[in-house]
Write a protein that binds this ligand. Structure first.
Ligand SMILES: C[S@@+](CC[C@H](N)C(=O)[O-])C[C@H]1O[C@@H](n2cnc3c(N)ncnc32)[C@H](O)[C@@H]1O
Length: 452
């Protein structure tokens, strides 16, 4: 690799990280917006890995960076901040020889219009090499610094999960595994594992998610014939629990009220082919299009509807036997997959999100048939969005009751989750899978029913 090639990938990574810092864009959107064609596929992959790593560790690296510059950290442009953080990330975490980390980052500064700061970047990174231990010791004085989270996340996790918070914070920084879900209509989990093994891809099963296979090494799924042919999908094992909790039966009419991109809707159709109908609703037309893409790839059919679950205009008045409310949430359970959540989410977001979740639950409840079941799910680990929402709903809604199913499903998980099920005393209804427990994303589920 010449400095020039390496610098191009660094420049692209710095532009993407700066867009997260300065414009509040998601990292995925920032990387997708990089000019097509300027980078070879390997450089693009390298830029992505560097940008994700930098953002994952950013709250720790920023504490170091702030000690290296003379002016206030915030007074530097997002691009310069991004370059310094990217250089520090490589020196501390990436498998990059230190001299290459420094020289390519200095070169990248010139490529992204920060040429005047190239000397500053060089000086800061070299000083970090000399004073690494003291600088990191400073950053690591707090749990927030050591685990690279904003302080408010640490406070919220410690408040909600005092015994588990440290493991959760560490797990957020782990590289997430690629988990596949076998399409039960087309292939058994064992047969899929065999096909993948024959192609050189080792996998391991997940005891509590019978369709799940964890890939031992990451791959680009778009290049996996098994994915392209619709034999499998990408879905974390925790997300694969929604379908057993819904316990659909042949002939049921089912609503997936927040369905895009269709992960759980497709899983449901794979497991229960004889449903009367699955209505896959989403308010966002572009995201609803992704439900159709996934249905097509997997050879499945559903009634895909663009509409607002808070309104009634999309509903024909016929009740549903099952409703899945996979509610929009803070995403605090999936930080390991989306580390930019650390930077983009604000404490003030949680109240309005919980309010929307309450309104969604109240709006959908009258659409549930007597004796039917509603599964409330989020990929948040905050009680304000989970047990608090459900507990208030149960208190305020005559006849609404929790189905013991969620507790039963949580029980077999408990050995794998010592002390980590949300079923502890005082934890409220439903159950939580916490990051750091069983190598899953963080998720919350509650099963509710109304009397016949
Ligand atoms: C957590 S994602 C759903 C993931 C999906 N269930 C899956 O498994 O692939 C939440 C979805 O809710 C949708 N959404 C947000 N507010 C909504 C509303 N008022 N009505 C319908 N959909 C909504 C968002 O567009 C987003 O696609």
């Amino acid at each position: 690799m010449s400095v020039g090639e390496g610098a191009d990938a660094r420049a692209a990574a710095a532009v993407a990280v700066a867009a997260v810092l300065g414009e509040g864009r998601t990292l995925e959107a920032a990387l997708a917006a990089l000019p097509p064609g300027r980078l070879a596929p390997e450089q693009r992959a390298q830029a992505q890995a560097l940008a994700y790593g930098t953002v994952r560790w950013l709250p720790r690296l920023q504490r170091v960076g702030a000690k290296l510059v003379q002016r206030r950290w915030e007074d530097h442009s997002p691009r310069l901040q991004a370059l310094l953080l990217l250089g520090l990330y490589q020196l501390e975490y990436a498998q990059v020889p230190p001299h290459a980390a420094v020289s390519t980052t200095v070169e990248a500064a010139k490529l992204v219009g920060e040429g005047r700061a190239a000397g500053l970047v060089n000086a800061c990174l070299r000083r970090f090499q000399r004073e690494r231990e003291a600088l990191l010791a400073h950053a690591d004085r707090s749990l927030a610094g050591r685990t690279a989270h904003p302080q408010w996340f640490v406070d919220a996790f410690v408040r909600d999960w005092p015994a588990q918070a440290a493991a959760m914070l560490d797990a957020d920084n782990a590289h997430p595994p690629l988990v596949l879900r076998a399409n039960a209509r087309r292939i058994s989990t064992a047969a899929l594992a065999e096909r993948l093994a024959a192609a050189g891809h080792a996998t391991r099963p997940v005891p509590f998610a019978p369709r799940a296979l964890v890939m031992e090494k990451p791959v680009d799924v778009r290049r996996l014939p098994e994915f392209v042919e619709g034999l499998c999908s990408v879905q974390d094992a925790a997300a694969q629990l929604a379908v057993p909790l819904l316990a659909c039966e042949p002939g049921h009419r089912v609503l997936d009220a927040c369905a895009a991109p269709g992960g759980k809707a497709c899983h449901l159709l794979e497991e229960t082919p004889e449903l009367a109908e699955l209505v896959a609703l989403d308010v966002d037309p572009a995201r609803a299009a992704r439900i159709r893409e996934n249905l097509d790839r997997l050879g499945l059919a559903a009634t895909v509807t663009v509409g607002d679950a808070l309104a009634d205009d999309w509903w024909d008045g016929r009740p549903f036997d099952r409703i899945l409310l996979d509610a929009p949430c803070s995403g605090t359970g999936v930080i390991r997959r989306h580390p930019d959540i650390k930077l983009l989410r604000r404490p003030a977001d949680v109240g309005p999100l919980a309010e929307r979740q309450r309104r969604l639950l109240a709006a959908l409840w009258p659409k549930l048939a007597p004796g039917g079941r509603l599964v409330y799910a989020t990929c948040s680990v905050l009680k304000a969005e989970n047990a608090d929402v459900v507990a208030d709903f149960l208190r305020d809604t005559p006849g609404a009751a929790e189905v013991p199913e969620s507790a039963r499903l949580a029980a077999p998980l408990s050995p794998a989750l010592p002390g980590r099920s949300g079923r502890e005393a005082g934890a409220g209804p439903g159950f939580a899978l916490l990051p750091g427990a069983a190598d899953t994303d963080g998720f919350y589920y509650a099963c509710l029913t109304r009397p016949t």
